[in-house]
Design a protein around this ligand. Sequence first.
Ligand SMILES: [Zn+2]
Length: 477
Amino acid sequence: MSSCSLHDCTLEVFENKDKCILHCEKDDWYDIHDNVKIWNNKKVNDFWQFIQDDLSTIKDISLEDSYVLSERQIYSFVIFPKFQKEYLYNHYEDNRMDLATNFYSFEYHVNDLNTVFNELNIMFYQCTFLEVADFKKYAFKKKLNFMLCKFYDELKLPNHITEPLTIDKCFFARNLFLKGINFSKKTVILSPRGESSLIIDNCNFEDDFLLRLEKLNLLAISNTSFKNNVWILGNNSQFDALDFHNSSFYNLLTLKNIKIQNPVTFTDIRLFNKTRFSNIDFPVQNRETARIIKDSFEQENNIIDANKFYALEMRQYDKEITWKDNFKEKLIFKLHDYSSQHSQNWLLALFWILILSMGCGFIQNYFLDVKIEFMKPLIANIFGYCFISISIPLLIDNILENQKLKKYTLSFVFLIIGFYILSTKDLLLELPAKAINPFSFMYSDSHINGLELIFKVIIAYLIYQLIISIRQNTRRK
Ligand SMILES: [Zn+2]
């Protein structure tokens, strides 16, 4: 008999294969009937017998030399077939022999179940699990580690994991469900692969939780509490959706380098400590989500990102209130939006001030025949053309960038000043300045009519918005 062709494996080849029973391909260990795999029981049982014999040896050695238990038990490149059927312990019958499945075996000479698997520091390295990998019944007392493994069906973990768990760069053909599990020690999930989703439901993490994402359809966390720090780190590659629901974060929550295509939802999320969001890019589903993220940026004095999510929060609020049911709120909201984008856009406020004041100056000049000592027309013309020519490259840039109309404000500001000076020759902007000055009527003797008063009030409101917006953009705690 020759030995397994896998490097470093000294086991005998299995049947007519070039590899041993652990490492050989198992494509011919089952038949497919109506899309269901019917496994060859003899081969499956032989496989598990081999695993169990190996663990029996470890148990025997450990009785004399307990050091063996502190070493790492590594299963590398093993292709696991179907797991054996698990039986429940029956209080009224002695069915311990039935419990001897998969990594447990029955030791006839001591008349006991061999559970040495629990005592070992287990590592699965580049293993393949062709069917459900059911680890539910085990009580791991040392670290459990899956590295570069492939799961073609579900991975089932025990309800209590009392030691550190690492799932490192594993491939999941189906979703990875962590459901109803209490994790006592640090839990690390690094770059799960495959077109799968990670769904964490009804879990409790007593220690740190680190999740590094590369590509994923969905990350959903619900009804879960995180007692210690949580890091969710992306690598800027985009994934589809993020959904946090009814969960508590008692310590630091960090979300970093995450890009998501679909709107993100945070509902009933309780944050008791700091949250750190950095380099994240996603649309938000509801106002609460935007508010949570904005608050976290504000805590960090990251005003630019806080303002970005404040604007998103406002956009969501806009969707929530309707003209029909909340007329007053909607009116104020819309005024605030169009005048300064909720105090985020001081240029927009300036734009309106200029439009109104210059419009007023234009009317006074042309229709009311208000006399002003104008500069020489030639100089006024030169300045007018200057302003217009500054606005043109800005306008072209706006058009090429395909910006929304609200972003055109700067180019419009120059354009308006240019045209105003050209048409009125009012180079020193005397008429608009008079129109802007909201207090002019208080000390002048000239009368003021109702129309002018409304105009002054609007200008005063816009100036107030301009000041607030500038302050908002430079605010520091
Ligand atoms: Zn082998």
